[in-house]
Design a protein around this ligand. Structure first.
Ligand code: EPZ
Length: 427
C-alpha cells in the first residue's frame, strides 16, 4: 500500500453523518483470539475445528501462513478446519512479519513441532515499533537457542524445558507465545506477570481442549504442566470485545440506542464505566449488552490505557472520537503503544481540537464535527474515523478501509442495519 510515502488508498467508506444508530448488532468472533488459536493449532499435529471465526483479512492472512507451512485449511463461513499433521516449513519471513505481526505467535508452535523456527524482523506499524524481544527472551528461557542476524532470528530447541518465568511487562503476545511453547515442554512452567486479557483465557481453553494442562490464564500467574502431545479438538471463539466496545462508542457518538448481541459485560467494565460517567445508559441483557445515549454526553474526560482489566488501548481511538463528537474536553493517556494518536490529525480536519503532547492527547473544545475526506493509518484509528463520520454533519470519505477490514467483518453492512448511511467504494 505504501507508495514512496504518499500512500494510495483504493477502498473508501462514503458516510453521511447525523443518523442515530438504532437496533441490534451481532458480534463476530474475537480477532485477538483467533490469531493465537490458529497458531496454536500447529502444535497439535491433528485436526482442529474452530467455529465463530471472524471473516476478517487478518484471519485470512493467518490461514494463508498456515497453508504455507504445510497445513491443510478449509473455511466454511465462520468455521475453519485446520489439519496440521504435515508441517513442511519453519520460516516466517520479513514480509509476512511486516504485514502480519501476529505471525510471531508461530515461533512457539514451530519450536515445539519442528525444533526450529525462523522469524523475520517484525515490521513495526503505525502505532509503534512493536519489537519481539520479550517473545525471544521467554523462548530462550524455555531452553531455545537464538541466533540473530540482520534482524532475522533463528530459534532452535530439541526439547523445550519448563521454567519459572517472569515477564518484564504483561505483553499479550509474549504471554500467548510462552503458553503455546510451554504446553509440550518437559516439566512445569510458571509464568508470572502474565497479561490477563480474555483472549488469553480463550487460548488456554482451546489448548486444554486439545489435551494441554494449563491453569491461571486471566490472572497474573499462568501454570503450564508440559504434556507429551496434543490432540484434535473442536472449539468456539469468544465474541470480539473490541468490536463490542467500538459499537458502544459509535452509539455514544450518534445519540443512538443499540443492543450488542453476545457482548460480555465482564470484558468491557472499564469502557462501560467511562461511557456511563459521560451519561450513557448501559444494561446487561440476557444475551448481550444494551447501550443508550439519551441525553447529551457531559463531563470532562480523563482516560489512561492499561493492560486488561484497564482501559483497552484498542478502544482508545474510538472513545476519543466519541468524546470529540460530543464536544467534550479532557485528556487521553496512551500507555501501551508509543504512537497511537495518528488518527487525531484526521479528526482535527473534521473540526475536533486535539493536541498531542508525547503520549497524551489533550482534547479541547472543538467545533461540532463536519464531514471531510480523512485517511486511516491503522485498524483502530480507522474505526475512530468511522465513529466520527457517523456523528459529523454532512458527508465524509474515509480512505483506507483495507486497514479497517483487518479487524471488522462487514462493518458497513452492520452499520447500515443500525440505520447508518454508509457505502463502500472499491478502487
Ligand atoms: C496484542 O498485541 C493485540 N494484538 C493488540 O491488538 C493489542 O493492542 C495489544 O495486544 C495490547 O493489548 C493481538 O492480540 C493479535 P503487547 P501485542 O505485546 O501482543 C511492547 C488490535 O488493534 N512489546 O501486549 O503485539 C509493544 O511494543 C491490535 O487489535 C515489547 O516491547 O501487544 C507494546 O508497546 C493492535 N517487546 C507493548 O509491549 C515485545 O516482545 C504491548 O504489546 C512485545 C511487546
Amino acid at each position: 500500500m505504501a507508495n514512496g510515502g504518499s500512500e494510495i488508498f483504493l477502498d473508501t467508506y462514503h458516510i453521511r453523518g447525523g443518523y442515530y444508530l438504532n437496533g441490534e448488532v451481532a458480534l463476530s468472533g474475537a480477532k485477538n483470539s483467533v490469531l493465537p488459536i490458529f497458531a496454536a493449532s500447529v502444535v497439535t499435529g491433528a485436526q482442529s475445528k474452530i467455529v465463530n471465526c471472524p471473516e476478517i483479512s487478518d484471519s485470512e492472512n493467518m490461514r494463508d501462513i498456515l497453508k504455507m507451512l504445510g497445513c491443510s485449511v478449509h473455511k466454511d463461513g465462520g468455521t475453519v478446519v485446520i489439519d496440521s499433521a504435515q508441517i513442511s516449513a519453519h520460516t516466517i519471513g520479513e514480509k509476512l512479519m511486516s504485514t502480519m505481526r501476529s505471525s510471531v505467535f508461530l515461533a512457539g508452535s514451530l519450536l515445539v513441532r519442528c525444533g526450529i523456527a525462523e522469524i523475520g524482523k517484525p515490521g513495526g506499524c503505525k502505532i509503534g515499533a512493536r519489537p519481539i524481544d520479550i517473545h525471544i527472551d521467554m523462548l530462550k528461557a524455555l531452553g531455545a537457542e537464538a541466533e540473530e542476524n540482520e534482524g532475522r532470528v533463528v530459534l532452535k530447541a530439541r526439547k523445550l524445558k519448563g521454567a519459572q518465568l517472569t515477564l518484564p511487562f504483561p505483553s499479550v503476545g509474549a504471554t500467548e507465545n510462552t503458553i503455546i511453547a510451554a504446553s509440550c515442554a518437559d516439566g512445569e512452567t510458571v509464568l508470572s506477570n502474565a497479561a490477563r486479557e480474555p483472549e488469553i483465557v480463550d487460548l488456554q481453553d482451546f489448548l486444554n481442549r486439545c489435551g494441554a494442562k494449563i491453569k491461571g490464564a486471566g490472572t497474573h500467574t499462568v501454570t503450564i504442566e508440559g504434556v507429551k502431545e496434543l490432540h484434535a479438538a473442536e472449539y468456539e471463539i469468544i465474541p470480539d470485545r473490541i468490536e463490542a466496545g467500538t459499537f458502544m462508542c459509535m452509539a455514544a457518538a450518534t445519540k443512538g440506542e443499540i443492543h450488542i448481541k453476545n457482548a460480555r459485560p465482564a470484558h468491557l467494565e472499564t469502557v462501560s464505566e467511562a461511557l456511563e460517567a459521560l451519561g450513557c445508559e448501559i444494561r446487561t441483557t440476557q444475551n448481550g449488552m444494551w447501550i443508550k445515549q439519551s441525553k447529551p454526553l457531559r463531563g470532562t474526560v480523563e482516560i489512561t490505557t492499561a493492560p486488561f482489566p484497564g482501559f483497552p488501548t484498542d478502544l482508545q481511538p474510538q472513545f476519543t472520537a466519541a468524546v470529540c463528537a460530543a464536544g467534550l474536553t479532557g485528556v487521553v493517556r496512551e500507555k501501551i503503544f508509543e504512537n497511537r494518536f495518528g488518527y487525531a490529525k484526521e479528526l482535527n480536519k473534521m473540526g475536533a481540537a486535539i493536541e498531542i503532547c508525547g503520549k497524551n492527547a489533550i482534547i479541547t473544545r472543538g467545533h461540532l464535527l463536519k464531514g471531510n475526506r480523512v485517511v486511516a493509518e491503522d485498524l483502530r484509528g480507522g474505526a475512530a474515523l468511522v465513529t466520527a463520520a457517523l456523528a459529523a454533519e454532512g458527508d465524509s470519505i474515509v480512505c483506507g478501509t483495507e486497514y479497517i477490514k483487518r479487524g471488522y467483518f462487514s462493518l458497513d453492512k452492520k452499520l447500515r442495519l443500525l440505520g447508518a448511511e454508509i457505502k463502500e467504494h472499491n478502487g
